[in-house]
Design a protein around this ligand. Sequence first.
Ligand code: GH3
Ligand code: MG
Ligand code: MG
Ligand code: MG
Ligand code: MG
Length: 315
Amino acid sequence: GYKMDSSLNLLRKKAEKDLDNTTYKSTIVVVEDSDIDANIIKEVLSPLYVVKHFSTAEAMLEHLSELTVSLFLFDYKLPGLDGIGLCQHIRGLTDYEHTPIVMLTGEAYANFEHKFWDAGCNDFIAKPYSATTLQKRLAKELKYNALLEKHKEASMIDSLTQVFNRRYLEVVMQQLSARHESPEVSVLLLDIDYFKKYNDRYGHLAGDAALVVFTDAVKEALGRKTDFISRWGGEEFAVVLPHTNYDGCVLVANRIMQILCEERIQHEDSPTGYLTVSIGGVMVNETPKDWKTLFLAADKNLYEAKEQGRNQHVL
Ligand code: GH3
Ligand code: MG
Ligand code: MG
Ligand code: MG
Ligand code: MG
């Protein structure tokens, strides 16, 4: 019979994640050398956020790898590296490119403020400030950043199957061909067999659900962290296997067909009675500069697999 387990599972996981987000408290990392000022900040922010306080930039940087930071709040005058230097340093770290940084200072000269902005901070608060303004400014930064993160994720993910979309695939392929760090790479193009007939018989919604079950099966077949699947378009998917030689490529293609076969997704208008896939693949010793040639070659093999009767791979 028809299996809905994995698509339901997927929806449940997503719901759990959404629930997590509502109860999740953001972490504010404060670097402030004055204990009096630090205590005021803690009093104002602790009811709303998890506050981690450090007295020097150096102490904070030493612990940065252990922290999950939602926002940085830096005093300007600090012993050692000052707030501006710290801000510049954080902006240079890829993990914190977009993390909001708010600067605090008691020395806001009109012709000096530009240095704070130029260092890459998101906002700037001069002392003395009110508790409300501190809370609201941070809340605003956190809100915009959460929105940015959400859109960033949405721009990479296919909304139906929750696998990477083609835009993301293009970014990764460009990186792979620019870095030359992957000595071997395999790509597979997957095209579901007789999928138009599937829609015609079972309806478009069932077709959508089948695509979710299908992508879950493919994900199960991928063994390595660096392997990934993306939606190429419609009922076609691209699988990229970095650091994978020909034998590995054959292994994964077989496993995809095997797991899909075990799913037993009923398709009465297919010769086998079940949903099957055709796969065209190529392996190269180095990702070419023009990575699209890889997919052209894979597409040729896919065409062969279809011509030879479907439900098979040509690699
Ligand atoms: P072949 O074995 O030659 O690949 O036959 P096919 O019917 O799978 O290929 P064809 O390219 O003729 O049709 C692809 C079908 O996939 C047509 C389209 O309606 C369906 N499809 C593409 N994207 C989606 C989707 O997001 N949801 C659903 N339900 N169907 C989709
Ligand atoms: Mg200070
Ligand atoms: Mg197709
Ligand atoms: Mg087709
Ligand atoms: Mg097809």
